[in-house]
Design a protein around this ligand. Structure first.
Ligand code: SF4
Length: 254
């Protein structure tokens, strides 16, 4: 069973397939995983297996540790390409997410103005006005939409609360293009979102949302559920090409 529990509140820098040299900001506790989804492919493992005992980092702690790390990286002459909000769970669940975004933008401007501020989110909190507005202020607002099929979502993403994909799509439209959609394609263990019955309605939703970009990718590390397999390069390339044909930039990571 593969599990990565990231340090908190700062981890890395790590080299990301999609983002370059990425300094991670993890707003979840350092000793476990806490997420509003419980994806069967999550590299942090299942929620039930990693219940944290520590609290989330405070706003002040995140700012202090981020500043210390950026000072250290500046002294070493290796500044990040991106400050990435990710880690052991859903960053937008932090009660001070919006204020932390503002602190991070301020520190980015001071220490590494060329770096982007990027948030990887599962979209479950975008109904909160302060989360929506904070995501409008970051450079890359990367939101998950693995499919539009409710049954697949319940089997694979496994939301912990109420989740209505049509409502999520409407809220994604409200970013008016300031959104990058990320979609995990995979197969095995009775699930497969690479077939036409999944790709076609997903593509229609993407066209409605009109994102600035789409990122399609597949499993890269061990998964907590057994029997999952990567989508093939050919499948990902084919999906990517269809998105591009629709006039939307798209990248595929294998
Ligand atoms: S949304 Fe991300 S962090 Fe949460 S369970 Fe899924 S893969 Fe893991």
């Amino acid at each position: 069973m593969g599990t990565i529990i990231y340090n908190s509140p700062i981890f890395g820098p790590v080299h990301s397939r999609r983002l370059g040299i990425s300094l991670g900001i993890n707003l979840m506790p350092a000793d476990g995983k806490m997420c509003s989804f419980d994806c069967i492919y999550c590299e942090c493992g299942f929620n039930k297996d990693h219940r944290p005992t520590l609290p989330r980092p405070t706003r002040e702690e995140v700012a202090r540790k981020l500043e210390e790390k950026l000072q250290e990286m500046a002294a070493a002459g290796q500044l990040p390409d991106v400050l990435t909000f990710a880690g052991n769970g859903e960053p937008t669940c932090h009660p001070h997410f919006a204020e932390i975004i503002d602190d991070s933008i301020r520190l980015r401007n001071r220490y590494c103005p060329k770096a982007k501020v990027c948030v990887l989110s599962n979209s479950t909190m975008i109904h909160r006005l302060e989360v929506h507005d904070a995501l409008m202020r970051v450079d890359d607002n990367i939101l998950k939409l693995d499919t539009v099929d409710p049954q697949y979502i319940n089997q694979v993403d496994r939301p912990c609360g109420v989740y209505d994909v049509q409502t999520i799509i409407e809220r994604m439209k409200a970013f008016h293009g300031h959104i990058i959609i990320q979609t995990m394609f995979m197969q095995g263990d009775g699930v497969d979102n690479t077939g036409e019955e999944y790709v076609s309605p997903w593509l229609e939703a993407v066209k409605e949302i009109k994102p600035q970009q789409v990122m399609v990718y597949t499993i890269d590390r061990d998964t907590p559920a057994q029997g999952l397999e990567k989508a093939t390069r050919e499948q990902l390339d084919s999906i990517r090409d269809r998105v591009i044909e629709a006039g939307i930039p798209c990248t595929a990571s294998y």
